[in-house]
Design a protein around this ligand. Structure first.
Ligand SMILES: NC(=O)c1ccc[n+]([C@@H]2O[C@H](COP(=O)([O-])OP(=O)(O)OC[C@H]3O[C@@H](n4cnc5c(N)ncnc54)[C@H](OP(=O)(O)O)[C@@H]3O)[C@@H](O)[C@H]2O)c1
Length: 349
C-alpha cells in the first residue's frame, strides 16, 4: 500500500456528498499491514463507511486497525451504530481523523469504543480533516448552512450594468469553475430579482457530469415569480411569507417588518431541512441583506479581465458610509482561471 491508510480514507470520502450526513471514508488494515476492506458513506440512508469497509473485510476485520476520517457514531439513525459494528467485528484499534461535532456523537463514539476495550487514537496529523467537509462542521456548530457568496465582477467591482445586463462578465473558464462550485453545493440560492432578470437554471452544466444537482432556492418578495421560470422546472424551493402566494414548492417563513422573509429564520429553516452547503448567486439587494444579517461565511469571487468604467450594480446594494463598517476577511486562495482571477475568502471572526 503506497498511500497511507488515512489518506486513502480521505480520498474515498471525497468522492461523495451525503449531506446532511458527513463525508466519511474508512479503511481496514490487518495485523500484517494489508488493506482488507474500505468504504465511504455515499448517501443518507445507505450504510456508513465503517460498515461497508468491515463487510468487505469479513472475518479479516478481527484484530485489525480501522482508519476512519470521522469519529464513529454511537446512535441508531436510519442505520445502526458504527461503534457496535466495529466492536462486534473484533477490531483491535481505531484511528480517528477528527471528532464529530454533532451533539449526538461528539465524544460518545470514542467513549463507547474504549469501554469495549478497543484502542482509540486521534490522528494529530489530520487536523485539516475539517477541510474534507467544512459545510458539515459549520452546519453542526451553528445549525444553519455554510453560505458561500459567488460573484462575477468587473475588476472595478461591478456585477451588472445599470440596465441589469450581466451575461457574461467573466470568460468561459471562470464560468466552468462556477459550475464546479455548484457541483459541491447542496443548493444554489438567489433572490426574486435574479430570477426575473436572468431566468437562470442554477444547475451544474459540465461535460460528462452525472452527479447530484444542487436544489435551486429562490427567496421571493412582493413580486410573484413567473410560472415559466426555469428554476421551477428544476423543483425550486420558493421561500415565501404566505402559503399559496408563489408558484412551485413553497417554504413559508415569518416575515420581517417590511413583509419580506426574515433571513435569520430562512437560514435556520434551511439548516433544519438538511441543507449544509449553500451557494448564493443573487443580485445586490439580497446580497446586501445577507451581509447585514451576518450570513455570508465564505466568498468565491471571479474578478474579470474587464473594466466597467462606471457604476452599474455593485456586489452589495447598500451604502458604505464609513470605513469602520468594513469587515476583515481571510483570503485563502487566489488563482487565475483563463483570463480572469478567482479569489476565495472566508469571513474573519
Ligand atoms: N454578476 C453576478 O455574479 C450576478 C449574480 C446574480 C445576479 N446578478 C445581477 O443582479 C441583478 C438582479 O439584482 P437584484 O438585487 O434584483 O436580485 P436579488 O438580490 O437576487 O433579488 C432581490 C429580490 O429578492 C426578494 N427578497 C425576498 N426577501 C428578501 C430579503 N429579505 N432581502 C432582500 N431581498 C429579498 C425581493 O423581491 P421583491 O422586490 O419582489 O420584494 C428583492 O427585490 C441582475 O441584473 C442580475 O443580472 C449578477
Amino acid at each position: 500500500m503506497n498511500e497511507m491508510p488515512m489518506e486513502r480514507a480521505i480520498r474515498l470520502a471525497r468522492g461523495f456528498r451525503p449531506h446532511p450526513n458527513p463525508r466519511v471514508g474508512a479503511v481496514v488494515v490487518d495485523s500484517l499491514g494489508n488493506l482488507v476492506g474500505e468504504g465511504a458513506h455515499e448517501r443518507p440512508g445507505l450504510p456508513h463507511a465503517e460498515v461497508i469497509a468491515l463487510e468487505a473485510a469479513g472475518s479479516r476485520a478481527a484484530g485489525s486497525t480501522v482508519f476512519v476520517t470521522l469519529e464513529p457514531c454511537n446512535h441508531s439513525g436510519r442505520t445502526g451504530p458504527c461503534t457496535a459494528a466495529l466492536i462486534n467485528a473484533g477490531v483491535e484499534r481505531v484511528v480517528i481523523g477528527v471528532l464529530d461535532p454533532d451533539e449526538k456523537v461528539s465524544g460518545n463514539g470514542i467513549a463507547a469504543l474504549k469501554a469495549a476495550g478497543v484502542a482509540v487514537e486521534l490522528d494529530d496529523s489530520t487536523e485539516h480533516l475539517v477541510d474534507l467537509d467544512p459545510g458539515y462542521f459549520h452546519h453542526r456548530r451553528t445549525g444553519r448552512p455554510r453560505f458561500t457568496l459567488k460573484a462575477a465582477l468587473t475588476l472595478d467591482g461591478q456585477i451588472a450594468a445599470r440596465d441589469g445586463t450581466s451575461q457574461w462578465i467573466t470568460g468561459e473558464e471562470a464560468r466552468l469553475d462556477g459550475h464546479r462550485l455548484r457541483a459541491e453545493s447542496d443548493a444554489v440560492l438567489v433572490g426574486a430579482g435574479t430570477v426575473l432578470a436572468d431566468d437562470p437554471r442554477l444547475d451544474v452544466r459540465l461535460a460528462g457530469y452525472d452527479g447530484q444537482q444542487p436544489r435551486p432556492i429562490v427567496i421571493a418578495g412582493s413580486r410573484r415569480l413567473p410560472e415559466a421560470a426555469r428554476v421551477l422546472e428544476r423543483n425550486a424551493l420558493v421561500v415565501s411569507t404566505k402559503a399559496g402566494s408563489q408558484p412551485g414548492e413553497e417554504l413559508v417563513v415569518s416575515p420581517r417588518s417590511d413583509g419580506r422573509p426574515d433571513l435569520g429564520v430562512v437560514a435556520a429553516t434551511l439548516g433544519e431541512a438538511g441543507f449544509v452547503d449553500v451557494m448564493i448567486e443573487c443580485g445586490p439587494t439580497l446580497a446586501g441583506e445577507m451581509w447585514t444579517a451576518g450570513l455570508i461565511d465564505r466568498g468565491v469571487w471571479y474578478l474579470a479581465s474587464k473594466l466597467a468604467g462606471g457604476t452599474g450594480k455593485n456586489v452589495f446594494g447598500r451604502t458604505f458610509g464609513t470605513l469602520s463598517e468594513s469587515r476583515e476577511i481571510e483570503i485563502i486562495d487566489i488563482r487565475k482561471v483563463g483570463a480572469d482571477l478567482r479569489v476565495e475568502f472566508v469571513m474573519e471572526g
